[in-house]
Design a binder for this molecule. Structure first.
Ligand code: SF4
Length: 213
């Protein structure tokens, strides 16, 4: 895709929603980190439901360790893969305390060393908590990037680099959330709502849907 077309797409996104952000509910960087770990292969709605009570009980590493593995599992049992996620969260809390004074680190390398945190989660934290112009490629971003032609690729890392190279710097900070929200509400996986899509005229997808049914 041409950089000019990419610019037009993000101009439209910025006009519709000047301040896009995560739909995860959190009050500090630790809560955001835990929410993002929990959101792997789970919806933000399901994560928010569980963390509403969890964060009342424990919203810092020490408190989560006091809750313990069994107590943590009890709080997040409605979320998919909760057993593994609970184990990773406990190990992450231990590491935050022993290596980062209980704080969420600001750099990619340290973030990616936390159990349960891969490149995608690190990118979300760097962008949302620390205002770095990173793009986390989740299932929505991957789909939208490939369909529109913004960045084609058969792996998240190829799509991430493709997006970073084509999106103008002035739009990079919000690009991740624009693309996620577009994928979540308009460019749906099974049947994209092209007939109500504001970027349709810039999109390269050939099989656009023209009407609701
Ligand atoms: S036109 Fe359709 S395929 Fe293209 S971005 Fe919009 S919803 Fe997605």
């Amino acid at each position: 895709m041409d950089t000019k077309v990419a610019t037009e797409i993000f101009k439209v996104f910025a006009k519709i929603n000047p301040k896009p952000t995560t739909e995860l509910k959190y009050k500090n960087n630790f809560e955001l980190l835990i929410s993002v770990i929990l959101s792997a292969q789970a919806t933000d709605v399901s994560v928010n439901k569980a963390t509403k009570n969890l964060f009342k009980l424990a919203n810092n590493p020490k408190a989560v360790l006091q809750l313990g593995l069994t107590g943590l599992k009890q709080e997040i049992r409605t979320i998919g893969l909760y057993n593994n996620k609970a184990k990773n969260i406990i190990k992450t809390c231990e590491r935050l305390i022993t290596q980062h004074n209980g704080r969420v680190p600001k750099d990619r390398e340290a973030l990616e060393q936390l159990p349960g945190v891969g490149r995608k989660t690190a990118n979300v934290i760097l962008n949302t908590a620390f205002s770095k112009p990173t793009i986390a490629v989740d299932t929505h971003v991957f789909r939208v990037a490939n369909r529109t032609g913004l960045a084609k690729g058969d792996s998240p890392i190829k799509v991430e680099y493709g997006l970073l190279s084509i999106i103008p710097d002035s739009y990079l900070m919000n690009a991740h959330h624009h693309l996620i929200l577009h994928g979540r509400y308009i460019c749906l996986a099974r049947k994209p709502l092209c007939y109500k899509c504001h970027i349709a005229k810039h999109c390269a997808f050939k099989e656009k849907t023209c009407e609701p049914n």
